[in-house]
Design a protein around this ligand. Sequence first.
Ligand SMILES: Cc1ncc(COP(=O)(O)O)c(C=O)c1O
Length: 483
Amino acid sequence: MPLHHARPATSRTGRKTAGKAPAKASASKTAASGSSFPPEFLLTTDLPRDHFPAAGGSPHAIHQAIAEELLLDGNSKQNLATFCQTWEAPEVHALMDLAIDKNLIDKDEYPQTAEIENRCVSMLADLWHAPGAAMGCSTVGSSEAAMLGGMAAKWRWREKRRAEGKPTDKPNMICGAVQICWHKFAKYWDIEIREVGMRPGRMCLDAEDVLDRVDENTIFVVPTMGVTYHGLYEDVEGIAKALDDLEQRTGLDVPIHVDAASGGFLAPFTAPDHAPWDFRLPRVKSINASGHKFGLAPLGVGWVLWREPADLPDDLVFHVSYLGGDMPTFQINFSRPAGQVVSQYYDFVRLGREGYAAIHGQSHEVALHCAAELARHDCFEIVHDGDPQRGIPAVVWTLADRANPGFTLYDIADRLRMRGWQVPAYPFTGDLGETAFQRILVRRDFNREMADLLLRDIHAAVEHFTAHPAPVQEGRKPGYSHT
Ligand SMILES: Cc1ncc(COP(=O)(O)O)c(C=O)c1O
């Protein structure tokens, strides 16, 4: 949620209106002017922007005005930057409507919704191979889930250190190029983040990186299944093995939390034979995933699971009374809408493993098709082609070494915007912090037809800049960031 500065009250022409009685919204003017035309369809004054209106107005006209203003946001189907769902089945819309008045936190009042949340946790424990009674909960998204997973790791580390009579003032974590939520976690909870920047040919966190940085103050290592920048899966198994070996040699026991924001709802279906990355590895103590990304649920749900109850320190758990009993809760928010969790359950049951495999399998195929087409341009070098064994259904490319095609990827992004496509260009991290990359996220509503339309526009953009090279814009800052 961006922070907004309140603006001083101004009129649309910029004239200050603070202190003045604000104009009434909607159709009162018409009524006042004595016209017999029904006022409910006319919006005769500006929509208020910076003052709280004294009176309300016509629901119809105001709804229409707001709906039209929202058209300026662009079309979510053409937003190929987002990992989140941009299509939902009619049944999901109906369930969201049914749950619109339910607060997920009110377990007493809505025990069946609480039961449905529990079922989802159990299903995910099954999907991610928990050995026994895993523990988990829903969250607003992966960011809150990461925060909870991180807090549990910090608490576990601190309790252990205290028990050993050792200092607890310098906790650190090790990760590759992570999503901003981990920077937030590190800042909010006072953790030193040992983030490994990307290097040419080495864009994922690996075992050697971890061993170079780990020490007795490392609360956990966070590999990502589907790195935000390039979509590739990091080698969780290799990192776990290296930490097993470290423990054998030194006694240092460092846990892993897997950020499976995207991969948690992909790899089990589209790469079931992929090397273990989940609770099959005993060192993996917790996992987060975004229900609203490849979990296919509507925006506003994520999940975090712990391998077993002992991995979530009791000190962090709050107890609410529940139908005369006790309901343990662990979350940052209190009130939350229930519809997303109910819809998530619908998706699990409606689709099953087969349905998820079919939907995501199709997305991988579309990604592979796009990658093959883009690779036909000599100027592009594909970084990730959407191969389900290597990463998520995304295509990521850069300009080929020494290519001087007369444009940058930022120019391509701008040109595609003219057709409504949002295909971000942005730099990676570390040694690749000055190099531009471009990415398409393929979701279930981006089908082969849409893909071909986009590819046609990319080809046209390349042809355009080949004929009319774009002016060089020194020091241009990327228009897209992963915050
Ligand atoms: C790897 C990774 N982790 C965490 C997040 C944050 O997820 P959310 O948007 O569900 O909070 C993202 C978002 O893109 C991500 O890609």
